[in-house]
Design a protein around this ligand. Structure first.
Ligand code: ADP
Length: 619
């Protein structure tokens, strides 16, 4: 029998088929998550409708109550979720339930391809939204009518395999009515008590009444409006799960209220995991803007600085106009004020946590530090406060232990006017650099920059607590005498001058100057960078961004260690064995540039090494 002509059948987008296939075959045990996902979608749709009520005159079924009804039917083996939210037009049905244009499942798929995690762990972490219904169902129907007066009455239906159908219908009321036809083995979800149990706690934060088989199951609580003393730990945790659509527990929580100069009720959470670290792309801002418990925008840009996009939660201000439009929101001076007040409070909050529970703070910093670094670079207003929150390893910390710039300053001698840093791939990498010995021999601490982009952050910061941040390989560094007088006679006079001129000649355009200095202890020489030259890490980054473009040339200064035996020997060889002296000089200079990150032509260096070996082994 052929299908009636008014039925449109359509294939799911390939990515959706992939998700459905995973969802249906997954061994993920917490199948009950579909209940929360569908309730959460219903709640979102109702919030959107409530917002439209302030901006639109004509709304279909305008009298329909803003509530969610859940009905179980053991005989038919179904559970039905109905809401009087915004509903969907035909185009929206195709877009929302046939593709992965929306955020949740897109992230899930990205995560699957980019991490080694098991899909079942990911389902738990992200949820797969609407499609999770197919974990328990062999058929799902969605009867819907959009809030728009002239929209069609429609029924979407699918078995979750490869296609879905959309059929015009009659008399569908506004919103969505989703019937989940349960597989036999999942019949438990049409038992009222089982569903009630799933909804416990969680449902209280759904801002609309939920009726389960005609009985009200939730209180509708705006937790952020309550006083702290009336809220239990569990309530906070459940609320976080609700508001962040999360399945984990929050790492931090900040709840604060103010009434002057602005009325603010803010409840913010930091999740356990930074999903950007898994390579899922930029997070959307996750702090919703409310006015007197009514949602104005769930993901407003500009409410908080971009670098705070990892925070989830709610900011409610009774001073906001309810009909504020999302487009002009960012320009509103009130929103700017909210931004300033809440950001400051949050920074203070983190500072307090760092002071009181440093170990936990470091855990947080390891995962979320990149947002703070981003803030230092982009947010000049908060740069100083953010800088207090940065943590680094240093020459005074144990491997794996982090320190703050403030602690660095407190350990430094009074007359040390600068904060020194060195960057490299790792602690060991930095500790083998010749630059470090200059500081170690003088008992001066050096901050280790090992995270990619760290040196860019520090360059942007420029100073901390009145002290300039200076790279330890910079030619501007001026150091006191070493604590212990270095061993060995220093090369001097004509021998030294002659050697410097000889080396300068071999350097050609790569060096400004070759001079003797007192920085080095164990190394014969080092290349020092001009103060504002991009560091090695930055040059690597520039190369990665623009592989075809040569990195801009940098003229270094070569400092030689006049006490080093190799320098003495080289000075002597210059007259006794010029051929060998030249080979040694060139290789030494290559190595200095390599260490500084400025050597472009590595192949020539390797060849010079061979020539030197040949000469050395010549009978
Ligand atoms: P997400 O909620 O992460 O966007 P879902 O797969 O749960 O992903 O839902 C996809 C989209 O379908 C939603 O973004 C929304 O636009 C639409 N949708 C889902 N449920 C409803 C509903 N009850 N009412 C209106 N639209 C809905």
């Amino acid at each position: 029998m052929s299908a009636p002509t008014n039925v449109t059948k359509q294939e799911f987008q390939a990515e959706v088929r992939q998700i459905l296939d995973i969802v249906i075959h997954s061994l993920y045990t917490d199948k009950e998550i579909f209940v929360r996902e569908l309730v959460s979608n219903a709640s979102d749709a109702l919030e959107k409708l409530r917002h439209l009520q302030h901006t639109e005159k004509e709304i279909f079924d305008s009298e329909a109550p803003l509530e969610i009804t859940i009905t179980t039917d053991a005989e038919a083996r179904t559970i039905t979720f109905a809401d009087a939210g915004i509903g969907m037009t035909r185009e929206e049905l195709v877009e929302n339930l046939g593709t992965i244009a929306h955020s949740g499942s897109k992230k899930f798929l990205q995560a699957l391809s980019e991490t080694q995690r098991k899909e079942s762990a990911l389902i738990g972490q992200f949820g797969v939204g609407f499609y999770s219904a197919f974990m328990v169902a062999d058929k799902v129907t969605v009867a819907t009518h959009s809030w728009r007066q002239d929209a069609e009455h429609l029924v979407w239906e699918s078995d979750g395999k490869s296609e879905y159908s959309i059929t015009p219908s009659e008399d569908v009321s506004r919103g969505c009515r989703i019937v989940v036809h349960l597989k036999e083995e999942h019949a438990e979800f049409c038992e009222k008590s089982r569903v009630q149990h799933i909804l416990e706690n969680y449902s209280n934060f759904v801002p609309f009444p939920i009726l389960l088989d005609g009985e009200r199951v939730n209180k509708v609580e705006a937790l952020w409006m309550k006083s702290k003393s009336d809220i239990s730990e569990d309530e906070y945790k459940e609320f976080y799960k609700f508001i962040a659509k999360a399945w984990d527990e929050p790492q931090y929580r900040m709840h604060f209220t103010a009434d002057a100069p602005l009325d603010i009720h803010a409840l913010l959470f930091v999740p356990q995991e930074n999903t950007e670290l898994f390579g899922f792309g930029q997070m959307d801002p996750g702090v919703g803007l409310y006015c007197k418990k009514i949602l104005i925008d769930p993901n407003p840009r500009g409410l908080l600085p971009d670098w705070l996009r990892f925070v989830r939660g709610v900011i409610d201000s009774a001073d906001l106009p309810l009909n504020i439009s999302r487009e002009t929101m960012q320009d509103s001076s009130l929103v700017k004020k909210l931004n300033r007040v809440v950001t400051r409070r949050f920074l203070k909050f983190l500072e307090g946590e760092a002071r009181e529970k440093p170990e936990e703070y470091v855990k947080f910093f390891r995962k979320f530090g990149r947002f703070l670094r981003e803030g230092v670079v982009n947010d000049t207003d908060h740069r100083e406060d953010l800088a207090k929150l940065l943590r680094f390893e240093s020459s005074s910390t144990e491997p794996g232990t982090l320190t703050s710039l403030a602690d660095y300053v407190s350990r430094a001698k009074e007359d040390q006017g600068e904060i020194y840093f060195l960057s490299g791939d790792s602690r060991t990498g930095i500790e083998t650099l010749p630059y470090l010995e200059a500081f170690k021999s003088r008992g001066i601490e050096v901050i280790y920059l090992t995270e990619s982009g760290d040196d860019y952050v520090v360059r942007n910061l420029r100073e901390f607590s009145g002290k300039k941040l200076v790279s330890g390989d910079s030619d501007t560094v001026e150091l006191p005498d070493p604590v212990e007088t270095p061993a060995g006679e220093a090369l001097s006079g004509e021998a030294l001058e002659g050697l410097c001129a000889f080396l300068k000649d071999k350097m050609g355009d790569a060096a400004d100057d070759v001079l003797a200095g007192n920085r080095l202890v164990d190394s014969p020489l080092a290349a020092l960078s001009p103060e504002h030259a991009p560091t090695a890490q930055m040059r690597e980054f520039m190369k990665a961004m623009n592989p075809d473009q040569p990195a801009p040339p940098v003229k270094v200064r070569i400092e030689i260690n006049p006490r080093h035996p190799l320098i003495h020997q080289l000075a002597a060889a210059r007259t006794e064995n010029p051929e060998l002296a030249e080979l040694v000089a060139r290789l030494l200079l290559d190595q200095a540039l390599l260490t500084a990150g400025f050597l472009e032509d590595r192949a020539s260096m390797v060849n010079r090494g061979y020539s030197l070996m040949e000469t050395a082994l010549k009978k």
